[in-house]
Design a protein around this ligand. Structure first.
Ligand code: GLP
Length: 260
């Protein structure tokens, strides 16, 4: 696991560089997209590069991590709408090649199985963007989630509903109680996991994810089991890391030619 302590804008540049390199060697790469505020710096930078004509996502495809149950796709807070707004509408990625689980399907269990099949049929995810919840959730795998889990229905914790109330007019009760989410086992099959976190509220989740014991109580700790993980954290999110100085020295000593 590589830990990079940097300002958020720098994280946006570094991850956009990694995506650009991936698309350079594999133009039809599959990206795993995350919603939330953390990946926005990456989406802004991708949009800049596409608008400047130096990058194209024309042949790429993408899968979303998760979706609320019960919100129609055109609801402004469905993750489908969020990702269209935050990224797809600003770049040349074909919306038809961006898939997410359908939280309004009548057969939600069947929908989850079909979503797993679709990821497999696409050859898996090459680069998966991730954020982390203050309680250590990744995608919507809340504490207690099986570390081998696949895409399934989950119940959101009150903490997550409170955290996400800001998108629903400040009303935690308006945040759906259920979601469909890729499982930890699903996420761990992506080729490269890139997690971004900023702010003091994430400091404990980051400490657990980087230095804590692997445990379903902090689902993000499962990333320690993956061979290619990059964690980009701002100084506040890094503030509880015991080996922070070592990560900084390691990154400073990294040869320029070696990407993420
Ligand atoms: C949400 C999403 C996650 C996201 C997390 C953190 O609940 N389901 O994918 O990583 O919250 O969000 P943010 O980046 O806004 O802090």
């Amino acid at each position: 696991m590589e830990v990079i302590v940097c300002r958020s804008v720098e994280a946006g540049d570094l991850v956009a560089d990694a995506i650009e390199r991936l698309l350079g060697r594999k133009p039809d790469a599959t990206l795993g997209l995350a919603t939330g505020s953390s990946p926005l710096v990456v989406y802004d930078e991708l949009a800049n590069r596409v608008q400047a004509g130096t990058l194209t996502l024309r042949s790429a495809r993408a899968f979303l991590l998760d979706e609320y149950v019960g919100l129609p796709a055109d609801h402004e807070q469905s993750y489908r709408s969020v990702i269209l707004r935050d990224l797809v509408d600003r770049v040349d990625l074909d919306p038809a090649r961006v898939l997410g689980p359908d939280g309004t399907a009548t057969d939600l269990v069947g929908e989850c199985a079909a979503y797993e099949d679709a990821i497999k049929a696409a050859g898996g995810v090459d680069l998966q963007l991730l954020g982390v919840g203050t309680d250590g959730h990744v995608a919507f795998n809340e504490p207690g989630s099986s570390l081998a889990s696949r895409t399934r229905i989950k119940t959101l914790t009150n903490q997550t509903r409170k955290d996400n109330a800001r998108f629903f007019g400040g009303d935690a009760e308006a945040v759906p109680r259920h979601c469909l989410t890729q499982g930890i086992g699903t996420i761990l099959e992506a080729g490269h996991l890139v997690l971004i976190a900023s702010g003091r509220a994430k400091a404990e989740a980051v400490r657990q994810l980087v230095e804590g014991p692997v445990s379903a109580s902090w689902p993000a700790t499962a990333l320690q089991l993956h061979p290619h993980v990059t964690v980009l954290v701002d100084p506040d999110a890094a503030s509880r890391l015991e080996r922070r100085d070592h990560y900084v020295e390691t990154y400073d000593a990294k040869p320029d030619w070696q990407g993420l």
